[in-house]
Design a protein around this ligand. Sequence first.
Ligand code: ARG
Length: 480
Amino acid sequence: MAPPASKRPSRARRSRADAAAARPWSGRFGEPVDELVKRFTASVEFDRRLAPYDIAGSLAHARMLAACGIIGKADLAAIERGLEQIRGEIAAGRFAWSLDAEDVHLNIERRLTELAGEAGKRLHTARSRNDQVATDVRLWLRDAIDAIRALLAKLGERLLEQAERHAALVMPGFTHLQVAQPVTFGHHLLAYFEMFERDRARLAECRKRVNLLPLGAAALAGTTFPIDRERVARELGFDGLCANSLDAVSDRDFAIEFASGAALAMLHLSRFAEEVVLWMSPRFGFVRLPDRFCTGSSIMPQKKNPDVPELVRGKAGRVFGDLVALLTLMKAQPLAYNKDNQEDKEPLFDAADTLKDALAVFAELVAGIEPVPQAMRAAALEGFSTATDLADYLVRKGVPFRDAHEAVARAVREAEASGCDLGGLPLAVLKGFSAAIGEDVYASLTLEGSVARRSHPGGTAPEQVKTAVARARKRLAAGD
Ligand code: ARG
């Protein structure tokens, strides 16, 4: 793979000391790493975003080393000063990231050694990049989970506001995408609230398994130094320790668990997105979206396209892909750490970034949805959506449900033939299907009557929607 020595770029001919600074493992090697291999194995392009977590982890590790008498106080002070300076350089965009130093960990360590000399070289005592990277990823993911859970709560609030506003607005509910029974728009929105609440709970569960400290596992077997892992865990806000060093450095199930939670949240968003797309189509015309969420067509001047929900629907596929990538990279890896695990970062970052963006944009979009009551009403009236109510009416009059079902089916056929809704059939005609039908039947055939009567916990009645919103607000306020 290596080009002939004469053609190698001059960078490859740098002194052994330079090589050692960039790649501290190079002492074992007889020739510099091939340029292509260097590029292929480096991760700094994507793992540099772990830098703040890498620094926090290193500070906690160094303080523990000093507290346990493994490094001196002066070394610790030099390490702390150096790492703070590096933090500033990175934040200001002044840090000289280098592919030569492979990954975020070695980039920072190299700079620390420039700044702090010998002390910088002592930082890696009782540590390996294997437990270091596992720690960084867990710290990063903990923050990502917290941010995503806050966005889910925000989306939930927007849904509750709309559900409360439209608690009594009647729309057709669908099964098989055929008009089934009237529901309230508020109730429909609350269905999504429930899904997103489960997503939020799932991530809280996942966070418990993310928030454990791998440091101390070192390369795989632990370390010969008298370290204090509890101290490091406390400083970094971990709830506890990874209990087995081999497991600590090798498994990424916590990332897979997160990605599966993210995939489910994207799945829920994409179902919602699909409905918004349908509702916005002039064939439904159930909702309008503010122009700021739509785009036009470059050729068809009349178009207003629902690009935002369409993209959210499309991006769900990306996050499912991230999940599958993580599952596949972990599968069949022997214990303990393998470089395969370096491939965990891009899918993990992508899943979190994509979900964050989708949630943020959807919270705004939900707040902007304007229902069109007349269109919802017309659709609900067209589909004989109160047929079940008529059957229930007959049952209340003593007719067995199966007979009632049969009578109503015939009434629906009659209404269809006469081009009207059930409520449009004269009493005499209705009576022809069942003698039990009386004048009071019409109250059961209205959309409002239909939804109001479904008044039990979990039902679609406006009163139940308001109760559910109040209960949901308490759940959100409890902050769990
Ligand atoms: N960049 C590596 C990763 O992301 C860090 C750990 C490297 N460890 C090793 N033994 N080469 O996994």
